[in-house]
Design a binder for this molecule. Structure first.
Ligand code: FAQ
Length: 310
């Protein structure tokens, strides 16, 4: 016999309506949402680092202003998402502690180094492109505060994607050395971008349950395929080669076939052993510690204010 609140939950999911913070939900649904939203928030915050490193080295004032705005947007996305996690009863400082101590994950993609300014363009094109592909369907995710946060985040991500593509078009119209710089960045970021979508469906722990609850609307492999199909013509327009000799159109499937992904690399990077994992976490830890006085001052101010109101 199902309880009325459980029936309400199931009916809401069946009808494609949204679960709201006040609603009853299964403990596992709550835990899954906190996990995914926290990982997503951590990714936005850690994701500020690879591009942030280029703010002081941007080649012009215009590029610096654009990059500053983009990295600032990422901070905003992170804060939005931590707020969404709070509606589920999560505590923000606890989530930050779990990130710093390695008990919660963030996207594998941010553990790769940004070696040249072309990497800024390729992150916009491929990494934000992959993020959009993954996040547009999440605007229909069953948890209301997450789905609504995704709407604004996706609008900003699509602006980020275009700025990356425009940066690359500019470089491709430049010198031979600049074109080589772009190709080198594409070679390094292509495979890690495909890994952003997660393990293959057969090895994905959470996909089946998250699809049943309509948290996820497509599987990891479906979104990865969509991303490949979307990116191939963009690469051709740009004049770069995607570093995969097995990449070709399959008329029968109506999709591009592509080569085998090195899943052992994804496993390594997720488990903490990527090129920049230690550096990223160390920088986050230091920023958190350096910001302690700001949190203390804000708390003291709020306490004083509350006292005055009484
Ligand atoms: N990296 O069973 P599944 C951005 C973990 S975009 C690290 O398939 P699920 C924008 C997974 O958590 C990036 N870990 O899991 C930006 C699970 O571990 P757990 C952020 C990964 O949740 C652009 C285990 O493997 N976007 O930040 C990865 O059903 C430029 C098994 O996997 C989002 O977070 C990975 N790539 O599907 C910012 C989108 N893949 O928790 C700055 C929302 C999997 O059991 C600059 N998230 N894992 O210990 C999602 O859509 C999903 O969570 C997936 C994974 C698709 C990422």
């Amino acid at each position: 016999e199902t309880r009325p609140e459980q029936e309400h939950f199931e009916r809401t999911i069946d009808r494609d309506q949204r679960i709201e913070p006040r609603d009853w939900m299964p403990d596992k649904y709550r835990a899954t949402m906190i996990r995914q939203i926290a990982q997503h928030a951590h990714s936005e915050i850690i994701g500020m680092q690879p591009e942030g490193l280029w703010i002081t080295r941007a080649p012009s004032l215009r590029r610096k202003a654009i990059l500053l705005a983009k990295v600032q947007d990422e901070a905003g996305h992170g804060l939005y998402l931590y707020s969404a996690a709070e509606t589920l009863g999560a505590d923000r400082s606890d989530l930050t502690g779990k990130l710093i101590s390695g008990r919660q994950k963030y996207s594998s993609i941010f553990n790769y180094p940004t070696l040249t300014f072309a990497d800024v363009g390729v992150i916009g094109w491929l990494v934000d492109g992959a993020a959009i592909c993954n996040q547009v369907p999440l605007c229909r995710s069953s948890y209301g505060p997450y789905a609504r946060a995704m709407i604004r985040i996706c609008k900003e991500e699509s602006f980020h994607q275009r700025q990356g593509y425009e940066l690359l078009m500019t470089l491709m119209r430049g010198t031979g050395a600049q074109r080589e710089m772009v190709q080198d960045a594409v070679n390094r970021w292509w495979w890690p971008s495909l890994m952003m979508f997660g393990p293959p469906d057969a090895d994905s722990t959470h996909t089946a349950q998250s699809m049943a609850w309509k948290i996820k609307r497509h599987t990891n492999d479906e979104l990865r395929q969509r991303f490949v199909d979307m990116t191939v013509p963009q690469a051709a327009a740009l004049g770069v080669t995607l570093p995969d000799p097995d990449l070709r159109w399959n008329a029968e499937r109506g999709h591009h076939d592509f080569g085998e992904i090195d899943w052992s690399e994804l496993k390594r990077v997720i488990s903490g052993d990527g090129p920049c994992n230690a550096e990223r976490i160390e920088r986050r830890r230091k920023a958190h510690e350096d910001g302690a006085w700001v949190r203390e001052a804000a708390a003291a101010y709020a306490a004083k204010h509350a006292h005055k109101e009484v």
